[in-house]
Write a protein that binds this ligand. Sequence first.
Ligand code: ATP
Length: 619
Amino acid sequence: MPPNFDQRQPVSYAARWAALKNVPAFIRMVWRASPGLTTIMIALRLVRAIMPVTMLWIGKLIIDEVVRLIGLDNSPGSLTDWWQSGLAGYLSLLVIAELGLALGSDLLGRGVNYTNALLQERLVISLSIRVMDHAADLDLEDFEDATFQDKLDRARRITVGNIPLLTQMMALLQDLVTVASFAAGLVIFNPWLVVLLLIALIPAFLGETHFNALTYAMNYRRTAERREMDYLRMVGASAESAKEVKIFALNGFLRDRFADLSQRFYAENRGILRRQLLWMALLTGFGTLSYYGAYLWIIGATLSGVLSIGDLTFLSGSFLRLRGLLEGVLSGFSGMASQALRLDDLFDYFNELPEIASPADPLPVPDPIRQGFTFENVGFRYPNAERWAVRNLSFTLRAGETLALVGENGAGKTTLVKLLARLYDPDEGRILLDGRDLRDYDLDQLRAAMGVIFQDFVRYAMSAADNIAVGRIEARGDLPRIEAAAQQSGADQVISKLPAGYEQMVGKQFARGVDLSGGEWQKLAIARAYMRHAQVLILDEPTAALDARSEFEVFQHFKELSTGKTAVLISHRFSSVRMADRILVLADGRVEAEGTHAELLAAPGRYRDLFELQAAGYR
Ligand SMILES: Nc1ncnc2c1ncn2[C@@H]1O[C@H](COP(=O)(O)OP(=O)(O)OP(=O)(O)O)[C@@H](O)[C@H]1O
């Protein structure tokens, strides 16, 4: 196994910021996950946002009132005297209000955390469901594309665990409102204070952004080296490589290579850090100067009586908090940009649209099918494949017949079945059902009319009953029907040996699961086909792991149960194939010969050769 280190391609600084474009769509997703919780969350955050300025303002009123009371002639001495004099009524109200706000702020904080946790859960659930639903709509072809698989994998990973962007976005909203409320407070006293504040912050902010961009660009430029360093670190100290590193005494080599790379990195990084140190010292110094300029004005105005002592505390408090808040807002945007970048994967995935779908005005699938399916010069190539999997394929699958497909590995048998079930559409030619193109029919009805069991059927880590019920999931609660299907495929014998019978959990993924042999799994899978009243039954070699007797029995059952139905079976065993009404011999994606077993054996050709080869093995 290759050492596991982050292989994601990084993006440029500009692209990172551009990812903020995803935020509106993200907000819609949050809203859709839970309109109620989103509203409560925003309301709580908004109330919380204006609390700091309100508390500071009441603090100012308290100080002004205290100063006024102290200045009174004959002011009472102790707190009790004050209380009895009735002079401190307004002050008491203010203090109670301040206390109430402090308690309320705590409570609100907890409310925000609670709502946030619930909303996170709702969002993860709703996104996971959307990812699953969307996967069900997409074409099989998409799943065979490596780029798409990466996309799907990353989209799925986003929906596991918390989504930090949600919390970041809400916290940023709250901080922005708090900033606005403090700034409004400053404007009331003197609009120039806001200007001074901006002068104090903007140069430092620009400087910080510039150096962040430089560091980011350096990391971006050195991606290859950084990944090599990660790789060396992994190989140098991991369980997978420990054996070889010891045997070949590679430690010194790996360490020197790592040290060499990191030294170059270090030198460049130090250069940036030095310049940052100088510039930032200057710019923040400038900021501090204008901050104290504002402070000077505030003190001056207080001394000259324009401002009260309460105003002084309010303004200096506001100034101090605004500085911290604005820095937080700026880094909040930057954090949001990185998180929003991860959403690209999710949106890319959601933007992928299926090509195989029902037409606008679909035909109903005929019941019963009268003529059957006709392949007319069908050609199909898998995505990104050079070779045609099938080409110039022409034949008819007649309604009511049992057709066997034979051919060597890679001849195109499974591909033919996938085309028949419209898991893919042909690239050339067409497939007709009762004279009309397969693409004109309702896709859901078409799939419902077919029971296909593939050679690589899924082994569900669920109960034995559910493993059969997946063939017709609506009938999951219908045990007699499940039992009948099991009996028809021979799965009933497997299930009777399980400790918990039909309720037995199979597969080893979960505790209490009992694993089955390949042949036993196949019997469960084949029962799925009998769960549906399909007009067309297809068994694509799901019997490979069955012993000869079981396969014979399975196919005999299949033949009996498919009387009057259209059936296709794929097998490499001639004992099974010969039961079919007609046999198609495929080679290189085309029909090479067709006929009954007897007809095909009578003439020289691939069928006879293969048959004799197999027969020789048993002699
Ligand atoms: N998902 C895929 N992507 C690319 N090529 C594929 C894919 N599946 C099959 N092929 C190719 O298409 C050709 C036909 O494959 P197909 O699976 O239809 O053969 P088959 O006759 O069913 O073979 P087998 O007897 O081994 O099951 C082969 O050359 C195969 O390599």
